[in-house]
Design a protein around this ligand. Sequence first.
Ligand code: SF4
Length: 166
Amino acid sequence: MNTPNPVISLQENASSFFEKVYSKNIDQMQCKQGCSKCCQTDISIFEVEAQRVRDWFNSLDSEKRNSLRQTWQIEGDKKNCVFLVNDSCTIYEARPLICRTQGLPLYLSSENSLDYCRLNFEKGDPDKSDWLNLERMNTLLSIAAKSIKKDERVRLVKLKKELQAL
Ligand code: SF4
């Protein structure tokens, strides 16, 4: 039996946590398709997460891969993530862990501070049970990536160029 990839498990857990918090706070969270305020960034991710994006891309049929390559040629705002096109994430199914946490209340234990999108929770901080401990998550991600020796960093801009050349 295959051992589950611990990083993919973390990604799935983050998505499940988001869904739980979102359904509980649906009137307080503005996250929806078309809102891309969290994607104005050029990030780097662990190789293990980049590999998930490559595997997902390679699992698509050639028509879909070609269509994505064409989509990625559309010049977007330089401040935005290279995978953001027309306010949609073009690698949504395989997006990295950090992207799955956007919109959640993120707790930084080292600073004892809570941060979240200014469009969300306008009535005030949500319940503590809805906070995601960001540093703990990043530590778990780092340990998991190291455990399978895929912890080098890959910038999304480089990953996109690689996928375009495949
Ligand atoms: S990978 Fe997708 S969700 Fe993550 S920042 Fe880029 S466009 Fe946004």
